[in-house]
Design a protein. Structure first.
Length: 297
């Protein structure tokens, strides 16, 4: 038989009051019920904790020794319940989200500002990583929520779309193509190209599109991050293709952008979570915030 919280409370209350009637009133228990709880506790621990006579009630030496332990256990129990209640009530907690850098820069701050206004006591860590790492971090449980490109159907991950993103050409200032309102994929062949490194999902997508259109890009530089791509383009090392989410970042780096057409290629961006693992209250609130606050570019 295990010791119960009810038994610990009965013992501590009787030890503090030294009176069964008063202890019963505090615990809202009848004296017979109180006596049964104490008897069961003594059976579990293997001996008497209370010395009772018709006139006095005192603790045995073992009871004296056990009293501070019982009080500490009850205090820990109450603290644990309070902490758990605060988590559910969003009065404390930590949350980590993985997001593509382009989303972290462009759209995530607004959503986080709204979230913080509603839940100021939740500490949030943003892991701004490449799209592939977002998937890995969600899959391995390092974060509860991720924001990334749509992925192939997966048994262990759930993807919920937020909006469609399209591709833009990014060019240095005064580039010849800036005279055009829209640029075709075929026109990219005429200029040096700065590409994301393989096995980037975006690089793979660009390779598939150009192959299907019979287009050969002149790749002269490769980089791992969009920020590096933008800086290279701004410094006239070539042109590149980026998602519309990165337009703000590219302009901040000194580059210019135009829509990419013929064909227009779009891809869903959305929220990634694990299928068989329930989200914390803080994570569920963040998902709802993203769904309500994020709009298409």
């Amino acid at each position: 038989m295990d010791i119960t919280i009810k038994q610990l409370k009965a013992f501590v209350t009787v030890a503090q009051t030294r009176n069964f009637a008063e202890a019963g009133e505090r615990l809202h228990l009848s004296q017979p019920a109180l006596s049964i709880s104490l008897k069961n506790l003594e059976e579990v621990v293997g001996g008497k904790l209370l010395a009772r006579t018709t006139r006095t009630l005192s603790l045995t030496p073992e009871g004296e020794s056990f009293l501070p332990v019982a009080q500490r256990l009850l205090a820990d129990w109450d603290n644990a319940l309070t902490d758990l209640h605060n988590l559910f009530a969003m009065r404390r907690g930590k949350l980590s989200i993985a997001s593509m850098a382009s989303f972290s820069i462009s759209k995530l701050p607004k959503a986080l500002h709204y979230y913080r206004s509603k839940f100021p006591d939740i500490n949030i860590t943003v892991q701004d990583v490449v799209a592939e790492e977002v998937v890995d971090m969600v899959r391995t449980g390092r974060v509860e929520v991720g924001v990334t490109f749509d992925m192939e159907e997966s048994e262990d991950l759930h993807f919920e779309p937020l909006f469609e993103d399209s591709f833009y050409v990014v060019m240095p200032e005064q580039h010849a193509l800036l005279a055009k309102d829209e640029i075709t994929w075929t026109q990219l062949q005429e200029f040096p190209f700065v590409a994301l490194q393989r096995p980037s999902a975006m690089r793979q997508m660009i390779d598939e599109i150009t192959a299907s259109c019979g287009i050969t890009l002149t790749v002269e530089f490769e980089a791992h991050q969009l920020a590096s791509i933008g800086s290279m383009v701004a410094n006239k090392l070539g042109i590149s293709v980026v998602p519309s989410l990165a337009i703000q970042q590219m302009r901040a780096l000194g580059a210019e952008c135009r829509p990419l057409t013929s064909p227009v290629v779009t891809r869903q961006i959305g929220i990634l979570t694990r299928r068989r693992y329930p989200l914390s209250s803080a994570a569920m609130a963040l998902v709802e915030t993203l769904k309500s606050q994020i709009t298409a570019p």
